[in-house]
Design a protein around this ligand. Structure first.
Ligand SMILES: *[C@@H]1O[C@H](CO)[C@@H](O)[C@H](O)[C@H]1NC(C)=O
Ligand SMILES: *[C@@H]1O[C@H](CO)[C@@H](O)[C@H](O)[C@H]1NC(C)=O
Ligand SMILES: *[C@@H]1O[C@H](CO)[C@@H](O)[C@H](O)[C@H]1NC(C)=O
Ligand SMILES: *[C@@H]1O[C@H](CO)[C@@H](O)[C@H](O)[C@H]1NC(C)=O
Length: 281
């Protein structure tokens, strides 16, 4: 048994007698509290995931390739690709001119466990390529280990107070990286925090919370995590996000599989089968 698998099994076996109630992100609008309006051009990789019919903002996400965005799995759970549209290239939800993009496929992590907040990551493939310009860009993925205290940039369309109105302008907030052991201890050793999470901390009392679910956290311009879950705001607990480095294989496998599929020399069926296990490694 690999050390990794062992740790995962151990986490699954331990339990979660936390007296604090975590709020499941799927039941709340988890948004940045205490952030500020993002300067123009700050996060050209940021997208708004919206209901195709309602046009309502539901989650954040990031552009990682011409045809791919990445978000949290709880944002796409139980939904079809056709139920979404993607707004890119603007920091203003009320803009009138921007083009929408449409997903044709959702790739949820196959070990996503909603109740355990685990492997909460999903890819959305679009039916056409992004037109990149200075307001619409992909973000590179980060694989460098973070050091305690690293400052990450969180962006999302958030309220300035819990339960407040959704502003039309993108919000941004600087948060600090918290190592796994420290994060887990802060949550009473809850198994809800696992090694696939990147934790961040916002100063208690400053009113900071966390960004839209699925929204990007960036370090030195590279994507390090996607918003997963947190405790009710500004109480001094670290928030937990899906780690891009940890899910590197899942992401890369799906992005390169698509390239292989369009390659007439390839053997897509065999590749799909042989690589399936790695999707969830
Ligand atoms: C984007 O590019 C256009 C034209 O090249 C320019 O006018 C505009 O100021 C740029 N916007 C930003 C945010 O850099
Ligand atoms: C978009 O259109 C709405 C309704 O027509 C208008 O109220 C709003 O000001 C427009 N927004 C921008 C950024 O032009
Ligand atoms: C993508 O999907 C949307 C919504 O179904 C559709 O309107 C659009 O024509 C599609 N674009 C392409 C290139 O197929
Ligand atoms: C969490 O686990 C660590 C190490 O096993 C232990 O020292 C600590 O007391 C535990 N904290 C709680 C709140 O259970």
């Amino acid at each position: 048994m690999s050390p990794l698998l062992h740790i995962l099994l151990t986490l699954a076996g331990s339990c979660c007698a936390s007296s604090q109630v975590l709020y499941p992100p799927q039941y709340t609008n988890t948004r940045i509290v205490g952030g500020e309006e993002a300067p123009e051009g700050l996060a050209p990789y940021q997208i708004s995931l919206q209901g195709a019919a309602s046009g309502r903002h539901s989650c954040g996400g990031a552009i990682i390739d011409e045809r791919w965005i990445i978000t949290a799995a709880h944002c796409t759970r139980g939904k079809q690709a056709s139920e979404f549209r993607v707004l890119a290239g603007t920091q203003d939800l009320q803009q009138n001119a921007t083009k929408y993009y449409y997903p044709d496929r959702i790739v949820e992590h196959c070990n996503y466990e909603p109740r355990k907040y685990r492997n909460d990551i999903a890819l959305l493939h679009l039916n056409e390529s992004f037109v990149f310009d200075n307001a619409t860009q992909k973000v590179e993925l980060d694989h460098e280990p973070l050091v305690p205290g690293s400052r990450l940039l969180l962006t999302g369309w958030g309220t300035l107070s819990l339960g407040g109105d959704v502003p039309t302008r993108l919000q941004s907030l600087e948060v600090k990286y918290v190592p796994y052991e420290q994060c887990r201890a802060a949550h009473d050793n809850s198994s809800r925090v696992d090694i696939g999470h990147v934790c961040t901390y916002n100063d208690k009392g400053r009113g900071a919370c966390h960004g839209d679910s699925g929204g990007p956290l960036v370090h030195n311009g590279r994507l390090v995590a996607l918003v997963n879950w947190g405790m009710p705001c500004a109480r001094g607990y670290p928030d937990a996000h899906a780690s891009i480095a940890y899910y590197h294989d899942f992401i890369r496998t799906h992005l390169s599989l698509t390239e292989t599929e369009s390659d007439p020399e390839g053997n897509p069926e065999e590749l799909t089968v042989s690589q399936r296990g790695r999707h969830c490694s």
